[in-house]
Design a protein around this ligand. Structure first.
Ligand code: SAH
Ligand code: SF4
Length: 384
């Protein structure tokens, strides 16, 4: 058996690790303690080698190494933007002999007081929002919980940011005292997380475990295009913060921009938000609104947005449209965005425009699409 064919323990849940240990015939009475040890080494210290696990007997370390690895998915490329944003193209470990390893993109956005990792929940996306590049990708599959968690592990490897390691001093921002390089996770990369809720929910359990990766659930945000039947479920199972990709205030327009709206129209979506477990003024739901020139950016749209959100504990995030090659929209003019944002601000919503980050490396929202897909598309074009 070659190294790469062994299952990796990276990203496993506690139950998953227990099952891996049982498969080695470990006595049941030892399992809980061994899981705790592995957990601490893998997620608290970021161990890459079983031999580093000094409180695990040499014999067990050897057996673990014989059957499993601590291999991470491979970083195929790293691009660093002039604003410090990093985009990693990550090749997932093959799931079987025919799989060449699907690719996903993962983006790290450092700010003064926080560092946000934008993770993917699927390879591609089955939905077809007309302004989103990921929606044009044909290859689609759900990520496993392991693959979702592995994105944070890879980022922490790269940034030297495990809770059990001394933070790096090489100028990596954020600069605030005691702020981790990755302090927040948003599910705003590729895919619709609520179409993969079981795995997202397991992954959230690992990300937020206080004895391991230790991210607070209040610093984990799941963004959905509006899969209404799963919204309550997400809240009940994970306690994650919710973000809704609203983008339009009328059903006829939202039907076009976010076709899922035909199934779950705005009124139903907002009702699900009002009912979201744990939503309160201290834990507001974020409403994302992409600014598309002359499509959804009028004063009337802004006023209607404010009216619609009455009674929902909401924050509004205006996202300047990030163009991609062949996109059918343009970003609203800056003055228009400011005017729109003034109306929203005067209605009591604070600082709503999201600064585009990593634009020079196509790392912004909705620009993610795997390199293999791009190459394939290029090959198709070349063949025409
Ligand atoms: N599928 C989920 C999460 C991933 S998309 C969702 O749709 O919410 C993350 C955010 O980026 C969403 O708000 C999405 O609408 C937005 N987005 C997609 N393409 C974009 C683009 N080209 N410019 C700006 N935002 C975009
Ligand atoms: Fe999928 Fe979200 Fe893109 Fe829509 S915006 S196609 S739901 S990733």
């Amino acid at each position: 058996m070659t190294q790469t064919q062994k299952p990796s323990l990276i990203g496993e849940t506690r139950q998953g690790l227990a099952a891996r240990l049982r498969a080695l015939d470990l006595p049941e009475r030892e399992i809980k303690m061994r899981v705790a040890q592995l957990w601490n080494w893998i997620y608290f210290h970021g161990a890459r080698d079983f031999d580093a696990m000094l409180n695990v007997s040499k014999m067990l370390r050897a057996r673990l190494a014989e059957h499993y690895t601590l291999e991470r998915p491979e970083i195929v490329s790293e691009q660093v933007s002039n604003d410090g944003t990093r985009k990693w193209l990550i090749r997932l470990r093959p799931v079987d002999a025919h799989d060449k390893g699907a690719e996903i993109e993962c983006v790290y956005i450092p700010e003064e007081d926080r560092g946000t990792l934008c993770v993917s929940s699927q390879v591609g996306c089955t939905l077809t929002c007309t302004f989103c590049h990921t929606g044009t990708q044909r290859l689609v599959r759900n990520l496993t919980a392991q693959e979702i968690v592995a994105q944070l592990v890879v980022a922490r490897d790269r940034l030297g940011d495990f809770p059990g390691l001394t933070p790096p001093t090489d100028g990596l921002i954020p600069k605030g005292d005691g702020v981790r390089a990755v302090s927040n996770v948003v599910f705003m990369g590729m895919g619709e997380p609520l179409y993969n809720l079981d795995h997202v929910s397991d992954a959230l359990g690992v990300l937020s475990d206080g004895e391991g990766l230790s991210l607070s659930r209040r610093r984990i945000t799941v963004s959905t295009s509006g899969v209404v039947p799963q919204i309550g479920e997400l809240g009940a199972r994970t306690g994650a913060m919710l973000a809704i990709s609203l983008h339009a205030v009328r059903d006829d327009l939202r039907d076009k921009l976010v076709p899922l709206n035909k199934k779950y129209p705005i009124a139903e979506l907002l009702q699900a938000c009002r009912d979201y477990p744990g939503a309160s003024n201290a834990r507001r739901i974020t409403f994302e609104y992409v600014m598309l020139k002359e499509i959804n950016d009028s004063d009337a749209d802004a006023r209607e947005l404010v009216r619609l959100l009455k009674g929902v504990p909401a924050k509004i995030n205006l996202i300047p449209f990030n163009p991609w090659p062949g996109a059918p929209y343009e970003c609203s003019d800056w003055e228009r965005i400011e005017k729109f944002s003034d109306i929203v601000f005067n209605a009591g919503y604070a600082s709503p425009v999201r600064t585009p980050r990593g634009r020079d490396i196509l790392a912004a929202c909705g620009q993610l699409k795997s390199e293999t897909e791009k190459l394939r598309a290029r090959a198709r074009l070349a063949a025409q």
